[in-house]
Design a protein around this ligand. Structure first.
Ligand SMILES: NC(=O)c1ccc[n+]([C@@H]2O[C@H](COP(=O)([O-])OP(=O)(O)OC[C@H]3O[C@@H](n4cnc5c(N)ncnc54)[C@H](O)[C@@H]3O)[C@@H](O)[C@H]2O)c1
Ligand SMILES: [Zn+2]
Length: 367
């Protein structure tokens, strides 16, 4: 599977009874139609995208048409606000008017917003139609297109309405990253660093050695994305519904979500808050567990090199972060339920570090 530097990688997975393949390569989009046609499904596709992914969606649709499918294009406004019940209803009605049926495909071409929204459309429209993910952000490639979590937000909370719905095909074309703004690339890289820490010293060191600026040379980038995808596939194969191991993917997210919410979701993008959250988690692990502090220093250096924040904005107040952490639906009412490490690859779930240590770790982000 490793072959020449720019060869495509294929990962086969079976999650929750759905078998699917993940194709990762430079220029893979033009193979979308033939790859989908191999599955001998329906003859129509609804391609969901936003204004920033329109050119990639058009390329996806052209490939599907060449393979004999009828395509319908459904554009949503870019940004988190599109993850709404209103937008979902609009898409359901577009699907109905286009005559999309159960064997047809919803094809999500975009970042996590398009993927989560179109994924939930696929999960709910006519009680479930086939789903193809074509992730076009680094975050969507290594994270949101894998694992089957789909959904929309409510004013009361993010991702409060949704379903687990596995795709039948995932096609990652690293050429699409060429149009992605640098800040979005960095945000995705924060999750890549997370995978390095979760997976092994070996993967961490390859992530650490990654040259800035992103995305960097093609072959190694494909390998890095493949290894993150492989890690997530392994985890969700064992625990699709997050009763245990899947919670490990929340490394850095307890404090990270707190910072994101306390800062009002504007100051920090998700990956930026996770950058800070990872450092807080490593600091806590250094005191509550036996993680050597050098791992935190090395993590900080790689995050910094890729333009991610490692110092917390003084205007984001600690009490607000703590309050937001209490409200985080991923933490149960009594315990913080954090993910900690003893070293890269040695992960501890359901940790409830002393309150003072959590406060100190947040304060240290200001140093
Ligand atoms: N389902 C999951 O397991 C899961 C996991 C993590 C995050 N998420 C969700 O993912 C969302 C965040 O995803 P995201 O970071 O990809 O954000 P996003 O989808 O908002 O994309 C970021 C920005 O980049 C633009 N964009 C996307 N691809 C582009 C490209 N190739 N070229 C130019 N511009 C492009 C988008 O239009 C948007 O403006 C959140 O809603 C989060 O809740 C879901
Ligand atoms: Zn995340």
């Amino acid at each position: 599977m490793t072959g020449p530097a720019t060869a495509a990688h294929v990962i086969s997975a079976e999650v929750g009874g759905t078998h699917f393949t993940v194709h990762i390569g430079d220029g893979r989009l033009e193979h979308l139609g033939p790859l989908w046609a191999e599955r001998a499904a329906g003859d129509q596709a609804l391609v969901v995208f936003d204004a920033n992914t329109a050119s990639h969606a058009e390329a996806a649709a052209a490939s599907l048409r060449d393979a004999g499918l009828r395509t319908h294009m459904a554009e949503v406004p870019p940004g988190e606000r599109s993850k709404s019940l209103t937008e979902l209803e609009r898409l359901c009605r577009e699907a109905a008017r286009a005559g999309i049926r159960r064997a047809d495909a919803v094809v999500a071409v975009g970042g996590g917003v398009v993927g989560d929204l179109a994924g939930f459309l696929a999960a709910s429209y006519q009680r479930g139609v086939r789903l193809v993910h074509v992730p076009t952000t680094l975050l969507a490639m290594v994270d949101s297109s894998i694992g089957g979590k789909t959904g929309v937000d409510l004013p009361e909370g993010k991702n409060y309405v949704g379903a687990i719905w596995q795709p039948q095909l995932v096609v990652m074309d690293t050429a699409t990253l060429g149009t992605l703004p640098a800040r979005e690339l960095s945000c995705g890289f924060a999750e890549v660093v997370k995978y390095g820490l979760l997976d092994s010293i070996e993967l961490f060191e390859r992530v650490e050695a990654w040259p800035a600026p992103l995305p960097g040379p093609g072959g190694p980038l494909l390998d890095l994305i493949r290894d993150c995808v492989r890690h997530k596939v392994e985890v969700v194969t064992q625990d699709e519904r997050e009763t245990g191991l899947r919670a490990s993917l929340n490394l850095g997210h307890t404090v990270g979500h707190g910072i994101e919410a306390a800062a009002g979701y504007e100051r920090y993008h998700h990956g930026e808050a996770i950058s800070l959250g990872l450092l807080a988690a490593l600091r806590i692990a250094g005191h509550a567990r036996k993680l050597d502090p050098s791992w935190r220093d090395r993590t900080r250096a790689v995050l910094e090199r890729h333009g991610l924040p490692t110092r917390l904005d003084p205007e984001v107040r600690t009490p607000d972060i703590l309050a937001a952490m209490g409200r985080d639906k991923k933490a149960d009412a009594t315990a913080l339920n954090m993910v900690l490490l003893d070293e890269p690859g040695v992960v501890l779930l359901r940790q409830d570090p002393p309150h003072d240590l959590v406060v100190a770790a947040i304060e240290e982000l200001r140093a």
